[in-house]
Design a binder for this molecule. Structure first.
Ligand code: SAM
Length: 281
């Protein structure tokens, strides 16, 4: 039984890190003509109006994308500026900030004729919402398990593959399932670019995911973590978020680190960002 709904968290600091990363990866991939298959294993509903009662309940965007939007004329980093400009283009009314777009939007907005997109979503209500979105014809929405679905999709027909794995981690075993699926995927498509998001929680379950991939034999894994607050024995809830990127396009690590260095201080006085190669070439 799935209970997680991303609408409660839309536009929070984790979304900022995740979607800025996604934007930067796509931007690099578009520099070559050869076709890309994008697979979003956990798509969510695609678009999140801030006004819904779910998003209003926690208003997590106020510690995430909101302060960045308010400061949007003041950043000098080109990646941050391009990302915020793109965010502007997702708004139904010019000049107003009323909607936060999810990964299906970030992925589908730059699809070219030759590219493909597969969006997996297992929650029936979220899948229904996603079905209501208008997406380009290359985007296929699949009601089903994204990790199983990814395993069935590889190898893909296009020369390149780019995957976003963004589970809700409602079940502890998902950390291990992600490792197994990624190892299987990399065995089928060695050059795949794979992004994996994970939460930083006091229980530290993400260590199993990170160590599992570190020791898997997969090369070129870049890790970044955004910590919103200090954590100690008294910490409750998610205090930060992490991203692993396997086979990041050349130069991406430096571009993203520079962008995150500029926005991290705007996310709160205790926020910190750290990035390093978990496994080098
Ligand atoms: N990737 C989305 C974005 O960036 O906008 C947010 C995704 S949200 C963190 C996780 C989503 O995965 C939820 O919508 C949940 O219903 C869905 N989900 C949970 N388990 C799943 C599974 N095994 N396969 C596919 N989707 C799943």
């Amino acid at each position: 039984m799935l209970s997680y709904q991303h609408a409660y968290h839309a536009g929070n600091f984790a979304d900022v890190q995740k979607h800025l990363t996604l934007y930067a990866v796509i931007d690099h991939l578009l520099r070559k003509k050869s076709a890309v298959t994008y697979i979003d294993t956990h798509a969510g509903r695609g678009l999140y109006p801030f006004a819904t009662k779910e998003t209003q309940r926690l208003q997590e965007y106020r510690e995430g994308v909101w302060p960045l939007w308010l400061l949007r004329s003041q950043f000098s980093n080109p990646l941050v500026n391009a990302w915020l400009k793109t965010l502007e283009s997702a708004q139904p009314t010019v000049g107003e900030f009323t909607h936060y777009p999810g990964s299906p939007w970030w992925l589908s907005r730059s699809l070219r004729e030759q590219d493909r997109l597969r969006l997996f979503e297992l929650h029936p209500g979220e899948h229904q919402h996603l079905n209501a979105q208008s997406l380009p014809k290359q985007a296929q929405r699949i009601y089903g398990d994204g990790l199983v679905g990814l395993s069935h999709q590889v190898p893909v027909a296009t020369p390149r593959l780019c995957v976003l794995i963004d589970p809700s981690y409602e079940r502890k075993v998902e950390y291990q399932e992600v490792v197994e699926t990624v190892v299987y995927t990399m065995g089928k498509v060695r050059h795949a670019v794979v992004m994996i998001w994970y939460p930083l929680l006091p229980a530290g379950h993400h260590h199993a995911l990170v160590m599992g991939l570190k020791e898997s034999g997969i090369r070129k894994i870049w890790q970044s973590e955004l910590q919103l607050r200090e954590h100690n024995e008294q910490t409750h809830g998610m205090y930060g978020s992490g991203m692993l990127i396997i086979n990041p396009p050349w130069g991406l690590d430096e571009h993203l680190a520079a962008a995150m260095a500029q926005i991290t201080p705007q996310l709160g006085t205790t926020s910190r960002y750290h990035a390093e190669w978990l496994v080098a070439e």
